[in-house]
Ligand binder design. Structure first.
Ligand code: KIV
Length: 271
């Protein structure tokens, strides 16, 4: 059952209206048809086909290995299931940083082949040429600043970002650049709450946080973390709403017992 009385499709325009009237934006990841259908039916505003698929779906240590073809596969599956939420697909590492032509052709492939509503990419000034080129083709962009997992090898750690003044100032100026370029929203990952609030007050576009405090315009989490499917990952910002790992293992355990004891299938469960 949805928490919304109205099932009108969420658009980038509706997100900015939500910011204007102070309604917080809810966003979660999904990578496959079945999960996207459930998350959409529950009434989420934005579904992110995140490159975190590299970790939670493919078992990689970082987001770097996932390819454009793989993101398109996940994006296509999600879009088929979604009726209401705005669907955003991550541009994976190496498909937009090199040059703006390549960035545009990567974004066009995502939009054409998945029918998603928008793309997301990491970075500010360094990727501005790519941002401008993609936007000039009419493709909506969600920016991503703060902890940028695609740059993990530059920083070497997933700790809180922009604690120092110089990095905080760069983040504020990057957020302003992304807004001025025409991005429709920005994700801020793992930064001090005070800075998150400052950015959300400075820019007019919605700012969605993950570990960026409560002063931003919305929140995003990885669905596997929220549901308690991933077990090792426990950052301070994560609130687990379920312990699905235990439930899944319990159900699978019961099935194994029933198969071994020949309780399953019973007479009603066969032809
Ligand atoms: O890939 C992802 O899941 C993300 C979120 C953490 C914002 O970028």
């Amino acid at each position: 059952m949805s928490v919304h009385s109205e099932n009108r499709k969420v658009t980038t325009h509706r997100l900015s209206e939500m910011k204007l009237r102070g309604e917080k934006i809810s966003m979660l990841t999904a990578y496959d048809y079945s999960m996207a259908q459930l998350v959409d039916e529950a009434g989420i505003d934005v579904i992110l086909v995140g490159d975190s698929a590299s970790n939670v779906m493919a078992g990689n240590e970082t987001t770097l290995p996932i390819t454009l073809d793989q993101m398109i596969y996940h994006g296509t599956s999600v879009v088929k299931a979604v009726q209401r939420a705005l669907v955003v697909v991550d541009l994976p590492f190496g498909t937009y940083q090199g040059n703006s032509r390549e960035a545009l052709s990567s974004a066009i492939r995502i939009m054409k082949e998945t029918a998603a509503d928008a793309v997301k990419l990491e970075g500010g000034k360094e990727v501005l040429e790519s941002v401008n080129r993609i936007l000039s083709a009419g493709i909506p962009i969600m920016g991503h600043l703060g902890l940028m997992p695609q740059s993990i090898h530059k920083f070497g750690t997933y700790t809180v970002r922009a604690k120092e003044e110089a990095e905080a100032e760069k983040l504020i100026s990057d957020a302003q650049l992304l807004e001025d370029a025409g991005c429709f929203a920005i994700v801020l990952e793992k930064i001090p709450a005070k800075l998150g609030k400052q950015v959300a007050e400075k820019v007019k576009i919605p700012v969605i946080g993950i570990g960026a405090g409560g002063g931003v315009d919305g929140q995003v989490l990885v669905i596997h973390d929220l549901l308690g499917i991933t077990q090792q990952f426990s950052p301070r910002f994560l609130r687990r709403y379920h312990n699905l790992a235990a439930e899944i293992k319990g159900a699978v355990g019961n099935y194994i017992t029933d198969v071994k004891s020949q309780d399953f299938p019973n007479e009603k469960e066969q032809y």
